[in-house]
Design a protein around this ligand. Structure first.
Ligand code: FES
Length: 247
């Protein structure tokens, strides 16, 4: 009986997520235009680059996965990132509502006759989110290391527009990861008295502020990831050149 445009959010979510997944899939299997040798820019979709097909200079952590068109160059990290996002509390809400219509919006009937929640196979595996969080922290560290290594030019130290884009992406990835509900629980959960744990309490208040923005950060990081990747692809393809400030 709702007469407002309750369907708008689910429709925008379907369009946004479908477009992003299509772009990411296309790029991950492209296996080229992911590395700028002069500036050491590596797109996050290929980090860490661990395939035998990677450029040697881009493979900071070694090249040990087979070079196969069906195996992404970052096949070590991508499954964990996918798990982290798929089991994220916000994305669960987003795709339950928009793709599964379960329910499509508040006070709108569920698209299904039965509802078993997340208590049974397969959705019981949504509980793996807390473990995916630890993997995401490790991968964010690797992305940070990539951004540090990218402060490079053929003459040594360098800084350009690509660095600005890479650092914005890394900062946003940390903000998204730190705003995770599992992170908030790890930091401030299971405590009976905050007064006896002042450091954890202080951290918990910071994380809680970020946590309130988790949905926004989820979308912002999808955008920064795609923009970073697209910028580096364009540089590698010669569509534009990097605006250099130093080096
Ligand atoms: Fe979204 Fe953990 S709840 S990343």
């Amino acid at each position: 009986m709702r007469t407002d445009r309750w369907w708008l959010a689910p429709v925008l979510t379907v369009i946004g997520l479908t477009a992003w997944v299509a772009y990411a899939t296309f790029r991950v299997f492209m296996q080229k235009l992911y590395w700028i040798d002069a500036y050491h820019y590596l797109t996050p979709f290929y980090s860490p680059c661990v395939s035998k097909g990677c450029y040697p200079a881009a493979a900071e952590f070694g090249r040990f996965l087979p070079d196969n068109p069906l195996i992404p160059f970052a096949a070590l990290s991508l499954p964990f990132l996918l798990l982290f996002r798929l089991t994220c509390y916000y994305y669960r809400k987003a795709y339950y509502r928009s793709f599964w219509l379960s329910p499509p919006a508040c006070a709108v009937p569920d698209g299904h006759a039965n509802y078993s929640g997340e208590t049974r196979f397969p959705l019981i595996f949504q509980n793996a989110h807390r473990y995916a969080f630890y993997a995401a922290v490790l991968i964010s560290l690797i992305n940070t290391w990539d951004a540090v290594l990218a402060m490079h030019s053929p003459s040594g130290f360098g800084f350009g527009l690509g660095n600005v884009i890479l650092w914005i992406n890394v900062i946003m990835l940390w903000a998204y990861t730190a705003s995770c509900h599992s992170c908030r629980h790890i930091i401030g959960g299971r405590l009976k008295h905050f007064s006896k744990h002042p450091v954890r309490y202080r951290l918990w208040t910071w994380v809680s502020k970020l946590n309130a923005r988790h949905m926004g950060l989820a979308w912002i990081t999808l955008a920064t990831l795609a923009i970073t990747d697209f910028y580096i692809m364009g540089l590698a393809a010669g569509w534009w050149s990097d605006l250099r400030f130093i080096g």
